[in-house]
Design a protein around this ligand. Structure first.
Ligand SMILES: [Zn+2]
Length: 100
């Protein structure tokens, strides 16, 4: 399913983005609840390295939520990713995290 189709089906961008985020969270259930950047383990968020808003409208949700585009970060590291261009090393992307 594409972002565009999700927007049409849900009649709203916020609902579509919430659906994409919920699907991303579901993909993260098997990963440890720790920040993959700093190790904080009280609260983590699923983060899209390439932001949802920058994908084209016809992007597939599976492409947006590909494990190479997801990382678990604490709120501080998530803020740095979104605002200070925190660099995400390949080995902490979900796609590669459990291989070490
Ligand atoms: Zn952190």
């Amino acid at each position: 399913m594409s972002l565009k189709i999700e927007l049409i089906n849900n009649l709203g961008k916020i609902k579509a983005i919430n659906t994409i985020r919920a699907k991303a969270r579901a993909l993260c259930n098997k990963y440890p609840n720790i920040c993959m950047n700093c190790g904080y383990n009280k609260h983590v968020e699923v983060c899209h390295i390439h932001p949802i808003s920058l994908f084209p409208m016809d992007a597939a949700i599976d492409e947006i939520n590909d494990l190479s585009n997801l990382v678990l970060l604490c709120p501080n590291c998530h803020w740095e990713l979104d605002n200070l261009d925190l660099q995400i090393h390949t080995n902490i992307k979900l796609k590669y995290y459990l291989r070490h």
